[in-house]
Design a protein around this ligand. Structure first.
Ligand code: SIN
Ligand code: MN
Length: 264
């Protein structure tokens, strides 16, 4: 999948791109089944909400689940990111976020590169997210919110919030968010399972809690240009990976061949 000149310009200007229906229903349903299996595992990589039970996020699932291993090398995700970052990429972080029905908690306003630079000493914002919806995302189940063009101002001051949720985060204060929203507004791309969002690592974003009866599972690949690898190993390697080998794409049907292999 190659991005058009218009799409590349939109990404540069607005900081994000929403691409509906990149994966089929069969592919997203297969991965969602794998996600539920992962959330049920008792592993250190699976972080729970404050209730201690509900899965919040599963890190590094590409290392212990075959479906997510394949997705981490999927050409429909890797190729457009390589195009934007202009070269080979490695996996800096991989997470499957649950945002479970009724119990999925907020992700406060933040920038991902803010964390990657402060905690991991990643030299530049030459890294980004590509996210795949495994379930429909609606106005009810905690859709992501982005502040368009907020990536243009570089890294913004942030405070380390270790209280609000079960997962510590460098978050941006209300005054700054008010100013950025005055300038750029808020967008909240919604769509069917199989849709994709790409966003700049300095784009300010967050998401509200999920009080609906609908789960909202989304997978995030955080990919970094191989020359821009992290310089500090303070966080566990399943949160900030240390293997900087360039990722090679698998065939486009790599998820479907997995399903066929399982059925044989
Ligand atoms: C994130 O920003 O890392 C996660 C946000 C979400 O899944 O809602
Ligand atoms: Mn984020």
């Amino acid at each position: 999948m190659q991005l058009t000149t218009d799409q590349l310009e939109q990404f540069d200007r607005e900081g994000y791109l929403f691409l509906p229906d990149v994966f089929t229903e069969t592919e997203s349903a297969l991965l969602n089944r794998e996600a539920q299996r992962v959330f049920a595992m008792d592993r250190k990589e699976v972080v729970r909400e404050k209730d201690g039970k509900t899965a919040r996020t599963a890190f590094a699932a590409q290392h212990y689940n075959e479906g997510f291993r394949r997705l981490g090398r999927h050409p429909r995700l890797l190729e457009p990111v390589k195009q934007i970052l202009d070269g080979d990429v490695y996996m800096h972080q991989y997470k499957v976020n649950a945002k479970a029905a009724f119990n999925g908690d907020v992700w406060q306003w933040h920038q991902d590169y803010g964390t990657w630079s402060r905690d991991d000493l990643m030299p530049e914002a030459r890294a980004m997210n590509i996210a795949l919806f495994l379930e429909d995302v609606t106005e009810f189940n905690g859709a992501l919110m982005f502040i368009p063009r907020s990536h243009k101002g570089g890294v913004i001051d942030a405070g380390h919030d270790v209280q609000t949720t079960s997962y510590p985060l460098w978050t941006i204060d209300d005054e700054t968010i008010t100013r950025l929203v005055d300038e750029g507004g808020i967008v909240s791309p919604k769509g069917r399972a199989g849709s994709v969002i790409m966003f700049h690592s300095n784009l300010v974003h967050g998401s509200p809690s999920n009080m609906s009866p609908y789960d909202r599972t989304i997978v995030y690949l955080s990919l970094c240009h191989v020359n821009n690898h992290i310089r500090q190993y303070k966080r566990p390697e399943w949160v900030a990976e240390r293997d900087f080998t360039p990722l090679e794409s698998l065939p486009d049907d790599c998820l479907l061949t997995m399903e066929n292999a399982a059925a044989e």
